[in-house]
Design a binder for this molecule. Structure first.
Ligand code: URA
Length: 243
């Protein structure tokens, strides 16, 4: 057992196991026994939701390098002149699940963190609705700098910024991407697949990663009745994540 992060992850695994296997779960005694217990449960094929990150090899240092050497210095589009902070993305660099939004708003620009305003608070609740925490997933946007007045991102801005997101995806190697709203969905699955209302509820592929599009939290704030469809999408994600 190495370090508290590893222990935290294992305890989370156990928590998922408990919530998914209430009847068969008995007792996992002490932290030092957790890994052993998990291997035993895995081999008996009853450890649903165990995350075998050893099979993946995300590189957290590569994310730091990308942020510090490229994104923080970017002046490729005009948004670099008006931004207060770059909003690179945050969460677990080893996450199997990544959420992709559109662009930072005012609070994100002020803090340098994605999805911290009203829409962000709703996104946090959405993530928690499937027994995950923000720290368990990775959250990023297509655009790293705030468009003035929260206008939609422009094509040239997306083209300039897209390589950063692509690089983030290839470093994190998520198994599931949840695209939030029209812009990130079109960016990931292509513009030819139809409106967000017709693509949500379906699964797509992005270079081997399963893509589940859903509504943007800002849309849900304006149209609360659509939350039930996002809940359906989240249940699908939960099923894939804890399969
Ligand atoms: N909307 C987004 O798409 N991204 C954020 O970070 C905040 C709001």
């Amino acid at each position: 057992m190495e370090g508290t992060e590893e222990l935290k992850r294992l305890m989370e695994d156990v928590k998922y196991f408990i919530s998914d296997n209430k009847e068969s779960f008995t007792f996992i005694s002490a932290a030092s026994d957790v890994k052993k217990e998990i291997s035993a449960l895995k081999s008996k094929n009853i450890m649903k939701g165990y995350i075998d990150n050893e099979k993946r090899s995300p590189n957290p240092d590569a994310l730091k390098f990308l942020k510090e050497t490229k994104v923080n210095k970017c002046t490729k589009c005009a948004l670099s002149k008006t931004r207060k902070n770059i909003v690179f993305g945050e969460g677990s660099p080893e996450s199997r699940l990544m959420f992709i939004g559109e662009a930072p708003g005012a609070e994100e620009d002020n803090t340098g963190r994605p999805f911290v305003g009203r829409a962000g608070q709703l996104l946090t609740k959405i993530i928690e609705s499937i027994n995950l925490k923000r720290e368990d997933v990775y959250i990023a946007n297509i655009i790293k700098c705030r468009p003035p007045e929260n206008r939609n991102p422009m094509e040239d801005e997306m083209v300039s910024c897209a390589p950063f997101l692509k690089e983030q995806i290839s470093i994190i190697k998520p198994e599931i991407i949840c695209t939030l709203g029209k812009f990130s969905t079109e960016f990931i699955i292509g513009k030819d697949k139809g409106a967000i209302s017709s693509v949500r509820g379906k699964e797509f592929d992005y270079e081997g990663t399963t893509v589940i599009p859903t509504y943007h939290p800002s849309y849900l704030l304006r149209n609360p009745s659509a939350k039930k469809e996002t809940w359906e999408d989240m249940k699908k994600i939960r099923g894939l994540y804890f399969k």
